[in-house]
Design a protein around this ligand. Sequence first.
Ligand code: NAD
Length: 288
Amino acid sequence: AAKPLVERLVVVGLGLIGGSFAKGLRARGVCREVVGVDLDAQARRLAVELGVVDRCEEALAAACQGADVIMLAVPILAMERVLGELAKLDLGDAILTDAGSAKGNVVRAADAVFGGLPARFVPGHPIAGSEQSGVEAANGELFKRHKVILTPLPQTDARALQRVDQLWRELGADVEHMQVEHHDQVLAATSHLPHLLAFGLVDSLAKRNENLEIFRYAAGGFRDFTRIAGSDPVMWHDIFLANREAVLRTLDVFRDDLDALRDAVDAGDGHHLLGVFTRARVAREHFS
Ligand code: NAD
């Protein structure tokens, strides 16, 4: 067999994302050994039982011994704590990467705890997921034909970047590189704002309608628009706390446009409404 790309991969956080990353690479024989770390004993046990990892460790220090690549896939608000623990260890030549849905906060946390950004830190974000969470939902094919955005910094080591890029490609992902700030602004607009609107709309209707009777009349449009309101509330609360500035910028712009739509409805301005709906339909045809 060909020599594995990575001798020892350590995945910290064996949920949907960390579990899927570990399982997919392990199934493809990309790593000689995949070691899992999780705070939750049940997740550690299941990860071994389900073949997601070769073995698990409770302690980060034990797991990271001899690691070549360390993937952090813990909730965003836990990243700083885990990075802080890693900063106290001798990581040798290990490459550090993460899968957090917002990048600025993770980069700032790494900068703070390591006293400057380590050259072997490659921040990343897979644009794939599902409404499920936990290691039971781990799926080695999750990232196939999905985008993964890596946000290298000027000091990022080119070989570390290339290695992380290669691992995602092994999983069938379509990898792109982007600046941290650009990533956070783009994701605020295309992912975070829509989630806020879906959660907000469903809650706004639900809290005014006892027995949720109103949802009996919901048609396909409502179902499609609000599917993402079924996502993990804790993960999304993390994301809005982590990406506040970018979310606020995109939310304020959208609020102005929403006000203009409100005014058009109020004034019976069909010209404005038709203009918005027509431009939106044309723009929407650019993706399927
Ligand atoms: P998850 O809830 O399925 O799993 C998180 C795991 O981390 C759990 O098993 C939990 O026990 C463990 N954990 C928590 N704190 C820990 C700590 N301090 N040390 C070790 N383990 C710890 O979450 P997920 O959906 O896999 O998300 C993980 C990361 O991936 C998050 O940063 C999230 O922003 C990002 N992400 C999620 C999605 C998605 O759709 N779910 C998509 C892209 C990126």
